[in-house]
Design a protein around this ligand. Structure first.
Ligand code: G3P
Length: 226
């Protein structure tokens, strides 16, 4: 199980695209691993829960669990237990995505339980205000993503740079040990560079790489200007 040790970081959220499901998840994760090794950029993947184990057996880059349910072991049929994700090989959690919102108390619970398991916590937020609230909970990363730009191909670093800069400033004030990532519409090296220039420590992205004709080539371009 690989820890997320250094920034800048790229986190590729596999979501539920068929291009990043099952066999395709493994192929894509291998491309991420290859680019991470060649370029020495830290790249982590967030596959669907049922793909975590197979990936953890075959790749050597950090794996995050897409969502964790705020439950503890016992009778919760159909829920995602943090301990199960951990045993399957996840070294971190990616929670509160705009496509899978949680309430603040439940985010707090998962951040604390991730830390107990020495898992990295990445909490998604949608604006400066929620980023501030989440920063006070002390996750490892806050990943700010304006929902309207998700999947749009319009990079947050260009369309709403003030949200990234504002989040970096507020999080720094509230809890300087929390690192800020940004995402939504990111796909190119220029987008990534702009994100870092705005003060973030990396990006969280999906469609720009997953749906690219050649995801490995797209990843190489993404990290080319770091
Ligand atoms: O979690 C990443 C995400 O929501 C951004 O999606 O497709 O705009 O890169 P996308």
């Amino acid at each position: 199980m690989k820890p997320i040790s250094k920034t800048p970081i790229v986190i590729l959220n596999f979501k539920t695209y068929l291009e990043s499901t099952g066999k395709n998840a493994l192929k894509l994760a291998k491309a991420c691993e290859k680019v991470a090794k060649e370029t020495e950029v830290n790249i982590a993947v967030a596959p669907q829960h049922m793909d975590i184990y197979q990936l953890s057996q075959k790749i050597d880059i950090p794996i995050l669990s897409q969502h964790i349910d705020p439950i503890t072991a016992g009778g919760h049929t159909g829920s995602v237990l943090l301990e199960c994700a951990h045993e399957a090989g996840a070294s971190g959690t990616l929670i509160n995505h705009s496509e899978k919102r949680m309430n603040l108390a439940n985010i707090d619970q998962i951040v604390k339980r991730s830390a107990e398991k020495e898992m990295i916590s990445v909490v998604c937020t949608n604006n400066i205000e929620t980023s501030s609230a989440v920063a006070s909970l002390g996750p490892d990363f806050v990943a700010v993503e304006p929902p309207e730009l998700i999947g749009s191909g319009i990079p947050v670093s260009q369309a709403e740079p003030e949200v990234v800069e504002g989040t970096v400033a507020m999080v720094q004030k509230i809890n300087p040990s929390v690192k800020v990532l940004c995402g939504a519409g990111i796909s190119t090296g220029d987008d990534m560079k702009a994100a870092l220039d705005l003060g973030s420590e990396g990006v969280l992205l999906a469609s720009g790489i997953i749906l690219a004709k050649d995801p490995e080539k797209a990843l190489l371009d993404l990290v080319s200007k770091i």
